[in-house]
Structure formats: C-alpha cells, structure tokens
Design a protein around this ligand. Sequence first.
Ligand code: D41
Length: 675
Amino acid sequence: MTANSDARRIEELREAIRHHNYRYYVLDDPSITDAEYDRLMQELLRLEAQHPELVTPDSPTQRVGAAPSSQFGQVKHAVPMLSLSNAFSEQDVRDFDRRARERLDTAQPIEYTCEPKLDGLAVSLRYENGVFVQAATRGDGTTGEDVTANVRTIQSVPLRLAGEGWPRLLEVRGEVFMSHAGFARMNREAAERGEKTFVNPRNAAAGSLRQLDPAVSASRPLEIFFYGTGAHEGGRLPDRHGELLRQLREWGLRTNPEIRTVTGVEGCLEYHREMQQKRASLGYDIDGVVYKVDRYDLQRELGFVSRAPRWAVAHKFPAQEESTVLKGVDFQVGRTGALTPVARLEPVFVGGVTVSNATLHNMDEIERLGVKIGDTVIVRRAGDVIPEIVQVVEAKRPEDARDIVLPATCPVCGSDVVREEGEAAARCTGGLYCGAQRKESLKHFASRRAMDIEGLGDRLIELFIEKGYLRNAADIYRLHEHAAELQAFEGFGEKSVAKLLKAIDASRHTTLARFLYALGIRDVGEATAQTLARHFGSLRAIMDADEPALQEVPDVGPKVAARIADFFREEHNREVIDRLLAAGIEWEEGERAEAGPKPLEGRTFVLTGSLESMTRDEAKDRITALGGKVAGSVSKKTSYVVAGADPGSKLARAEELGVPVLDEQALLKLLEGRG
Ligand code: D41
C-alpha cells in the first residue's frame, strides 16, 4: 500500500473510532461489538507504527503516552471555577429561590436546570480548534494542577470534538468520578495483587486522577460528566443552560442523562425527591442535586457573592457517612448461636437518623478493619440498611486503644464459644440451653414470615421466659393456661390478652413450608423450606428422609442435608414437634400438587432498598408465587437484583458481578407478565 492510501486509511480509522466512542460513551448506544472496535484500534496502531510522522496528539491512540512526572504543573484558569453554596433543607431551597426572584424583581416562577451532583472531582478541559489540549483540577478555583496526561486516558473524553460550530477556544467543566462497578472491580484487582484498596469511589477517583504515572491512571476506570463551560472565544454558545448541555453532548462531551429543566421551586423539590429515589440505581455516587437558573441573561443579572453564584445551589442529601468514636463492643448471640460483634458508638447523626450501634459482622471483619476500642471510625448508614463501620481513622487512635477480643464463653449462658473451620462466625455451643438462642428461636417461630403470631414480640417473649411460661415453641400453645396471670401484668389488660390468645389460636392453621421454616433449622431459610415442602409433601416424609433422599431436593447439598437430618434426629426436637402437632397445628398436606403458571421458575432475585408500591415481604411472596426464588446475597447465580430506594452494598456487588439490576417499575412489569 502507498503512503498516501495509508494516510487516508488512518484518517478513516480515526473518524470511525471517534464515531464509535461517541456512540458508546455519549449516546450509550454502541453500534459495533467490543471486538470490532478493538480491530479498528489495532489496525490504526499498526499503521501509525509504520508512519510515526502521521501521528497527531488528537489521534485516538494517543491516550497513554506521557512519561511519569514527579509533580504536576500549575494551571491558572482563564475564567475562575466558582464554588457552589449548599442547601440542606427544603426551606433553604425556598429561601434561595425567593432571594433570586426578589433580585430579578419577578413574581413569575424561574426556570431551573436540575443536575445530579456527582461526588467526584471538578476539572476544566481546554479545547483549541476542537482538539483537546489541556486539563486542570479545580484547585482553589483560580489555579489548579495540570492533569492533562491523566485526563487524556479517560475513554469518554473526546480528544477531538464531534460535530461542528464549536468555538475556536472552548473550556468545558465537568466532574471526574468512578462508578460503583468500576470501583469494585479496581479494588478486587488491587486486593488480588496484595495492594492497598480504596475506601470509596470518590477517594479512588481522586487517587487515580492524581497519579503521577499516566499509565496507572489509564488502568483506572475513570469517567466524566460535563456540566458547564469556562472561557470561550470565536463562536457562539446557546443562551440557556439546558440548551448548552445539549450542545455539549452534540460535540461529543458526555452529559448526565438525568439532567432536566423544570419550572419554579416546586419543580426543583420534586426533582430532588425523584433523584433521592433513583440514587440507588444510578450506579455512581451523588451527594445531592444542583439547581441552576436556566437563562444565562438572568444568571448574569444575579451575579455572585465571594466566588459562589447567586444563580445556583447544591441541594444536598443527608450524609451517609460520619465519623464518631467506638466506645465498646458487645457480642450478641443469635438464634443459631452465632456471636455478632456490635459496636457501641458515641451517638452520631448519619443518613437522616441518630446512630449509636453498628454491626461489625464478625471477627474477620474486625481484623480486616484493624479497629480497636477507642478508635475514631467512619460509620455508614445507607437507607434502611443496618449501619456499619467502614473505616478506621488511624491518625486519631488514642494511646489507650484496646484490642477487641472474642469471648471464650458465651456472654449469655457461659457455654464454650467455638469457631468452626472455614466459617466466619463464632458460635455459642449452648444450643437451646442458652437463653439468647432460646429467645431468638422463639422470636423466629412467632415472626411474620414463620407462624405469624401477631403481638408476640421481643418484649413479651422475654417476659414469658422470665416468668417460666415459655421454654420452647410448644409452650406458646399453652399460654392460655396462664391467662389470669397474664392479665395482671402491667399494661396488659383483658383485651390484649384475648387478642394475643386469638392470634396464637389463628396461627395453628398454617402451611408446611411456614412450619418448617419456623422450626429454625440452621441453613433452612424460606426458600429451602418451600422446596422441601413441595418435594416431600408431608412432614413425616421429611422427618424420615435420610441424607441421600434430602440431597435429591434442588438446592440441598450435603451440608444442608446433614443439618436437616441432624435436626430431626435430635430427640428434644422430635418431642417439641410432637407437642406442637398435639396442640393442633395443621396444614393441608400434599402441597406438591400446587398448580398455576410459574413464569419466574429458575430465576433468583435479590432485593435491596425499599420499594414504594409494596413491602419487601410482599415482593418476596409475589416472586415466589410465580416460581422465582428470593435469595439474601448476590452471587454469579443471581438473575436480578431489585434495587429500591437507598439500597445497600448488594447493589454494588451486582454491578461488580454484572448481574442485571431492576428498578421497581421493571419488577412490576415482570410480576404482571409485561416484562
Ligand atoms: O456534579 C457536580 N458535582 C457539579 C458541580 C455540577 N453538576 N454542577 C456544578 N456547577 C457549578 C457551578 C454552578 C459553579 C458552575 C458543580 C460545581 N460548580 C462545582 N464543583 C465543584 C465546585 C463547584
């Protein structure tokens, strides 16, 4: 091939690659496969290697090239990067809007463009004649650091603008961030190499952007969304912010698809509510939303006070992480004897509530965190998820910080505590001799998803155990013998006793699956209880099944089969079951005949966060009724993660594993057979 036709082909390839980058990063709608894209890139690399004189800085191959440097140069922003003032309440936003209308002397509602506020790093990028030439961090707003080589490695940053009509000089401003999925992947890889991991996506993004070696930066999954412009010369820009953002997008500069223009402060507040709902399913962290007066002429009229514009405000969400002091650790004994370390904290306001306890999960987690009593720790509370400790601020460790030690004996019954090989949990060996395990198993037996005895909660169970009325589940059905004594208890009159006894009575009629689940056999959750009931059809058949027979049930492996068989071999358990049946507990046998369509058969769901149109339990019932399964944790086998408002770490895990995430609407579609 001649040099001339090579030059033409090089241009063709660059055009094609730019086009596909645009479709992939800006439109989120690729038209070729990754493999096809790779082939175009390989061909371009080969041709450029043959013709080094044809390599230009805006070629798509020129993302990683610069050598590591020992420090960043300084860049003075031609137009300063302003700061944003914050609003923490609806009232703050109303005040902001009122002040703006007063200054503009108008009673008309103002049009605002609303944007998610990314929790990343603000940067300014400079394009000359449509070619990317420089990138700088915000710094103090006047001067930032030169991060050109690193920003060049961000795949969604166009090295040359698309379309036409861009100003000869254009500075664009945006936020560099890392998605949950990218963050999880990067941390996993770092952990595999035995390297330090980052605490959150923001720190990871900051650390990656400020890498002195652009090759390292290139390996980090950084992303960008643009939200405005700085200096510009030689060309016209739209006169409204919403239009400017659309224009940027046409030039290949990625903007957030959640951006919307609304009317008046009510529109802003509605946007805030919506984004708070959506926050979970976005796949990246936002810490609030930003409202900007849409018309630039009005922005100019409003001006700014000490670096913060009067025409924009950040409406923050309640912080999900705060620091506080770990005052002590208690060990709670659960239904199966597992000891859970619970952190006692100096009370702190986080995620919208005051938190004074947080889970530390197990001893492995304590070791991983390296946490000691007396430490200053970061507590995270996202939505309805149990607060947890995510980090230790080691710099603040006091001299007298103490190690957290696993007790050798159960704090409740004094039995030995053991830690089985390959298990994270340490357990009390007391079994039902242990008051905590007895209490927890009674609570479980009465709980809504088990025997559903309304009114028999924590407090009463504790009281009844103390009075000697309750030793095991069968005693529940003899509580009526103590009716007269019960009525004498404080705050417990004739009516409430009658109500409780009625609820106990009603619970006698149940299903085999619920009864099995209520027994509290270790590793037999609702799903396994249901499959067992369906497979065997009767309690006798399950009680008599040996381990090979149990293993024929889908999802029952050798470990669970052994637990089930052990449970029913235990004399004490058989006795309690006999007494329960004698007390009149009944269900219809032969649920195996159950009919009806099972469109969700073979699909496993994991629910996280709260749903609007139903409770998590209702969602669970509807999914199982259609043959689907609901699991408690995300794995490669999970078909879908359903993310409601404020989900937990399960969402990040789903993103990491590439498990599809459904929002509430999508779940409803599936349940209603529209999906
Ligand atoms: O997403 C963001 N973090 C974001 C930051 C955004 N969507 N818009 C922003 N707009 C501005 C003004 C109104 C001052 C142009 C910002 C920021 N500023 C900002 N980021 C860091 C400091 C200021």
